[in-house]
Design a protein around this ligand. Structure first.
Ligand SMILES: Nc1ncnc2c1ncn2[C@@H]1O[C@H](COP(=O)(O)OP(=O)(O)OP(=O)(O)O)[C@@H](O)[C@H]1O
Length: 577
């Protein structure tokens, strides 16, 4: 396939807002790929070169890309910059200035070249390679290549839509489940697509988890009482719920990789955990397990709040910080060990095996606190004890449940401190736009965010709230800068909104908010139907800054909002009786 053909498909995708139409375009695109091309086409369509967990990034700044356009086209840098300012789009800038037809490069050629640039270390070498690539590209090809280079392709294609297209390609929509399962196990859509093309659906069904490919994480549902946990699970395990960072740890011999909740590779952020894993599990060849990393005060033995645990990436040099705020990892699940896939084993078997593996004495890689309980009273006691020690709450787990990769269900149930009071759980929302604001905030040029929750059934983001408090002035300034980088000339294709933001942005950043309650509102689209209004957050306030560990699709879902709304009504009616 020539890259120009791919660029034509990108153009088609860019011009549609209908998910069905998008899936159809993708289906046609994937159908015309060979096995060798299909994975590359998928990554490029998502604006990537490889799945995010590989940690491969282009490493080209806006400034460097403008310089490349200037050098490749023989245009003065100031003129390139001026076109860029007018269009606000690096792709349009390149397309406007390129006057040649290009060399008719294939998708694989362009992809290989981009990957080479990403892997090149020196800035000058990257620049030279990009210039020579640009000289071989037609205006339309250069438009999309440049957007990929700076990480702003923005076709609006979500993973769920790509999964639909793959199911169409497999020839039977019933196979979507098998395709999704394979994706949940390896988090690599390119690999799934390539397997489908080369080995057919049976090959996809046979895909297994592998060390080095993060497994999409199993998630928990909420309830509001210990009784409900017992009603749903019967005899079950309860564990302390630590408010830290969820990590999935992969070890193969003396190599360790660490992945975050949104499956990004974070190994470098945790040198302390890496070396502790190597020594605690030296006797184990291969393993994939999960736990919650949390920083604690060595003097008092108390856990620090989540905000301190996550700061290690942002603020200081990792090494110094890890000494200042040491981490403990509370391990709670085992997915794979020495060639054995454990995900289909009952939870309690996985836990017992993990306990055996971690029985040696050391003080960083620990086991989560767990107890088997049979009555609501025992759960209540465990809960009260956890809360009194400053923990967030508890997690209850079904004893015979498999590890359900990539799914949120009642195999795991969280019961948090906050459900018991007036407010329900916090909600994770995606920023889809912002308002300039009035009064004192107007001088900052940003007064409130327009935020949304995720609707997996349509792969869209539905608005739920304007958020105007909870950030410091400094944070508002940082937010505005970050959002201006991903500004869009119109509402994003995957955003469903009645309100008109002053500035629309690409759905990229997730923030956690608390609110007094969830109410019905005609202004928002979350949960809205033809006859019923949507849902909104009342008095929302941001907690902390951007959630670096969540992708937009990891935001709270519309379905969860409906359940939270019901939970809240239940808690308030119980309170009245
Ligand atoms: N013992 C434990 N077992 C499982 N998860 C735990 C445990 N302790 C803490 N956690 C954390 O709790 C998270 C689930 O709870 P919570 O809803 O508070 O987090 P979230 O990030 O908002 O939601 P989610 O991860 O479910 O989207 C897990 O993803 C995990 O990071």
């Amino acid at each position: 396939m020539k890259f120009i053909e791919l660029a034509q498909y990108f153009k088609e995708l860019e011009n549609t807002t209908s998910r069905l139409h998008m899936a159809d375009i993708l289906y046609r695109l994937l159908k015309s790929c060979s096995g060798e091309e299909v994975d590359k086409v998928i990554y490029l369509t998502l604006g990537e070169l490889l799945p995010p967990f590989t940690g491969v990034e282009m490493g080209i700044s806006e400034k460097l890309s403008l310089e490349a356009i200037s050098k490749a086209t023989g245009t003065k840098l100031s003129q390139v910059e001026s076109i860029y300012r007018q269009t606000g789009d690096i792709g349009e800038t390149a397309a406007t200035l390129i006057k040649w037809e290009g060399k008719g490069l294939s998708v694989v050629q362009v992809y290989d070249e981009l990957l080479k640039i990403a892997k090149t270390r020196g800035t000058l070498d990257k620049l030279m390679a990009l210039i020579s690539l640009l000289r071989g590209l037609s205006p339309l090809c250069a438009k999309y290549v440049m957007r990929i280079v700076v990480g702003r392709l923005r076709l609006g294609v979500g993973e769920a839509t790509l999964l639909d297209a793959l199911a169409m390609l497999a020839g039977n929509r019933n196979w979507r489940q098998d395709i999704e399962r394979a994706y949940n196990l390896c988090s690599d859509l390119g690999l799934v697509a390539r397997t489908l093309l080369e080995k057919g659906i049976e090959g996809v069904k046979g895909m297994k988890l592998q060390v080095g490919y993060p497994v999409r994480m199993a998630l928990a549902e909420r309830v509001s009482s210990a009784e409900e946990i017992i009603k749903r699970l019967g005899k079950c395990a309860v564990e302390a719920k630590y408010d830290g960072l969820r990590l999935q740890i992969h070890k193969s011999k003396d190599r360790v990789e660490i992945y975050s909740r949104n499956l990004e590779r974070m190994t470098e952020m945790f040198p302390d955990i890496t070396s502790a894993v190597l020594s605690a599990l030296a006797h184990v060849e291969d393993i994939i397990f999960e736990g919650e990393a949390i920083s604690y005060d060595e003097e008092t033995g108390e856990f620090h709040p989540f905000q301190i645990t996550i700061q290690r990436k942002r603020k200081y040099g990792v090494y110094q910080y890890s000494k200042e705020y040491p981490l403990k990892l509370f391990s709670f699940d085992l997915l794979y060990v020495n060639g054995n896939d454990m995900t289909e084993e009952p939870f309690i078997e996985r836990r017992r095996t993990l306990e055996n593996l971690l029985s040696g004495k050391q003080d960083t890689i620990l086991l989560s606190e767990m107890r088997i309980v049979e009555t609501a009273k025992e759960i209540e006691e465990f809960f009260q004890d956890a809360v009194s020690r400053g923990l967030e709450g508890i997690m209850a787990k079904r004893l015979d449940a498999p590890y359900t990769a990539g799914s949120r269900n009642f195999n795991w149930i969280k019961l948090k401190r906050s459900y018991r009071g007036a407010l329900t759980d916090t909600v994770d929302v995606v920023i889809v736009g912002y308002f300039y604001g009035k009064g004192a905030r107007a001088k900052l040029g940003i007064g409130a965010l327009l935020t949304a929750v995720y609707d997996p059934s349509t792969d869209t983001f539905k608005t739920i709230s304007k958020v105007g408090s909870g950030f410091t002035e400094d944070e508002w300034i940082r937010l505005k800068n970050l959002l201006d980088e991903i500004k869009l000339p119109h509402r994003h294709a995957r955003v469903d909104s009645i309100l008109e933001a002053d500035v629309w942005v690409e759905p990229k950043y997730v923030v956690t908010v608390t609110a007094d309650e969830i109410t019905r509102s005609p202004l928002h689209t979350a949960g809205r139907t033809i006859t019923e209004p949507g849902y909104a957050l009342r008095f929302p306030r941001a907690v902390g800054f951007i959630r670096i560990d969540k992708k937009p699709e990891d935001a709270t879902t519309v379905e969860e909002i409906l359940r939270l709304y019901q939970l809240q009504r239940k808690v308030s009616t119980e309170g009245e009786t």
